[in-house]
Write a protein that binds this ligand. Structure first.
Ligand code: ATP
Ligand code: MG
Length: 551
């Protein structure tokens, strides 16, 4: 990407703030709720928040927004940290909103003392029924005018565990006729006798998002608190609380949530896929989670490039998953080692090859001058792909058929002489002759052939399993599709195929990225062992997106 790229609207705000001297440096935070694994939407937020403090002076905190005890788990905390580091970012401080529970409680007491918060005994149904509508004002709760003393006493007793779940709340006292419904005495605290993953049973009252988030930003002196657009109406309350408490003035800015087609990016829905066994886990290679993408073979570079290209927007729109695939192809093309793998094999016998076998050399990556070569054993019995042979070749068929010649990649030119079929008419063996003077790199044959085939020496071949993935859903806009989103799961999203591979793969590093010639980019699955090699297809070679761009 060019250095001259124009600023996004958040960078513009920050440059103004730095140029005007409002701030010398900035502080951002990435605030996940540890109730699931991070997905590709979160990747945008990570690249934005951490990217800003790479570009400008300042730092980024990782803050776990763990104020809801019932959905949060330590497993999620660990996965989130692993994913952010894998993406290539490091936080300054690892923080937990739950560490602020006492401070938040004290803030609530300040509000009560100022006459700006009260304990409400109304049920949640009653509170909802008094809320009004966008065009009609709400009604005051009968508990709204309790004295400060009574509120302080009741709030403390809420904290002490004297009341059951749902029996009371603490509400801000703002304006039940406010044009912004969120300002109509929002709930600040609710009672929940639940075990918290960090604070255990120390608390039985928990702050609501609106009372925890802005205050946590303020405690950490966050200068630019960036969230997604659905929080625009919350900004007024965010500012009101900071003003009333007279604490550090953090500011909230909103950008558009990033959604990708043919998948879901909601932790709640992803959790359902996991719990109901539609996928093998959060890191199933079909999942849009960062851990799923990693297991599938996506690189951090490609995900950062994707986030960079979609940029920061003020309006929601659906991003084509083809762009993500384009980004990973771009990167893998540069770094992937080329290897030969044959699926759906037929035997190719070279009748005039009497050397037994020899070691040939094939370049690892034509895009990389320093990529070197690998040894590929060649012999008189090879496997080739069934689709590379045609019994009665059509006019423009440049692969193998009776009388046709092709080059075997990094080896020789061969000419097909005859073939054999089994009882059901399937081709089993193709017989050919080779041209000894046509060896790649020292070809003096003067022959010109159009097709190049990949192949594997039969006696050296290593059996491998290829997991070929397709989209997890078969509709583009899963979130808006009618009915249950799980009705749209693509039943053919995974096909496991047995294949023969060249032997180099056995000794290749587990983390190596591969292009299997003419098949796509592949990466070893977490379940793969030297005895049973399993590869995930990261992406096919076909680049529909780039073609689309050229139209
Ligand atoms: P989900 O609906 O998947 O649970 P969330 O917004 O509740 O998403 P959080 O853990 O609260 O998930 O999100 C952490 C940060 O990531 C927030 O700042 C949130 O705005 C941002 N984020 C979450 N999803 C997206 C998305 N699709 N695009 C951009 N940013 C996102
Ligand atoms: Mg959330």
């Amino acid at each position: 990407m060019s250095e001259e790229k124009s600023l996004n609207f958040i960078e513009e705000i920050i440059e103004n703030d730095l140029n005007s001297g409002k701030y010398q440096s900035i502080v951002t935070r990435f605030p996940p709720e540890p109730n699931g694994y991070l997905h590709i939407g979160h990747a945008s937020s990570i690249c934005l928040n951490f990217g800003l403090t790479k570009k400008y002076p300042g730092y980024t905190n990782l803050r776990f927004d763990d104020t809801n005890p019932t959905t949060e788990e330590t497993e999620y905390v660990e996965s989130i940290k692993e994913d952010i580091r894998w993406m290539g970012f490091e936080w300054k401080n690892e923080l937990y909103a739950s560490d602020y529970f006492q401070q938040l409680y004290d803030f609530a007491v300040v509000l009560i003392k100022k006459g700006l918060a009260y304990v409400d005994d109304s049920t949640s149904e009653a509170i909802a029924s008094m809320k009004g509508t966008p065009t009609e004002p709400g009604k005051d709760s009968p508990f709204r005018n309790r004295s400060v003393e009574e509120n302080l006493d009741l709030f403390q007793r809420m904290k002490n565990g004297e009341f059951p779940d749902g029996s009371r709340t603490l509400r801000a006292k703002i304006d039940m006729a406010h044009i912004n419904m969120l300002m109509r005495d929002p709930i600040l605290y609710r009672i929940k006798h639940a075990h918290h993953h960090r604070t255990g049973d120390a608390w039985c009252i928990y702050p609501m998002y609106d009372f925890a988030h802005g205050q946590s930003d303020s405690i950490e002196n966050i200068t630019h608190s960036i969230c997604t657009l659905e929080f625009v109406p919350h900004r007024e309350l965010y500012d009101w609380l900071i003003t009333q408490l007279a604490i550090y003035p953090s500011h909230q800015y909103e950008f558009a949530r990033r959604n990708i087609n043919y998948t879901v990016t909601s932790k709640r829905k992803l959790l359902q896929l996991v719990n109901e066994g539609h996928v093998s886990g959060w890191d199933d290679p079909r999942m849009p989670t960062i851990s799923g993408l990693r297991r599938r073979g996506f690189t951090p570079e490609s995900i950062r490039d994707f986030c960079d290209r979609i940029g920061v927007a003020k309006r929601e729109n659906m991003v084509d998953v083809g762009l993500l695939e384009f980004c990973v192809r771009e990167h893998l093309n540069k770094v992937a080692q080329r290897r030969m793998v044959v699926t759906n094999p037929i035997k190719l016998v070279i009748t005039n090859y009497d050397k037994g076998e020899e070691i040939l050399h094939s370049e690892n990556n034509p895009e990389d001058p320093n990529g070197g070569t690998r040894e590929v054993p060649f012999s008189n019995e090879l496997w080739i792909d069934r689709e590379d042979f045609m019994e009665e070749p059509t006019k423009k068929y440049f692969r193998l058929g009776p009388g046709l010649s092709v080059r075997l990649k990094s080896a020789y030119i061969i000419t097909c002489e005859s073939f054999e079929k089994d009882a059901s008419g399937n081709i089993t063996t193709v017989f050919s002759t080779y041209h000894p003077d046509s060896k790649s790199g020292s070809d003096t044959s003067g022959m010109h052939v159009k097709g190049t085939l990949h192949w594997v020496s039969a006696k050296h071949a290593v059996p491998v399993v290829l997991n070929e993935y397709d989209r997890l859903f078969n509709v583009e806009d899963v979130a808006s599709a009618e009915g249950d989103f799980k009705d749209y799961i693509n039943p053919n999203s995974l096909q496991s195929v047995n294949a023969y591979a060249e032997p180099a793969l056995v000794n290749d590093e587990k983390e190596a990225r591969f292009q299997f010639l003419r098949k796509g980019y592949f990466y070893q699955d977490t379940t793969s062992t030297k005895d049973k090699l399993v590869f995930n297809r990261t992406v096919t070679l076909k680049d529909a997106w780039a073609k689309e761009q050229k139209k």
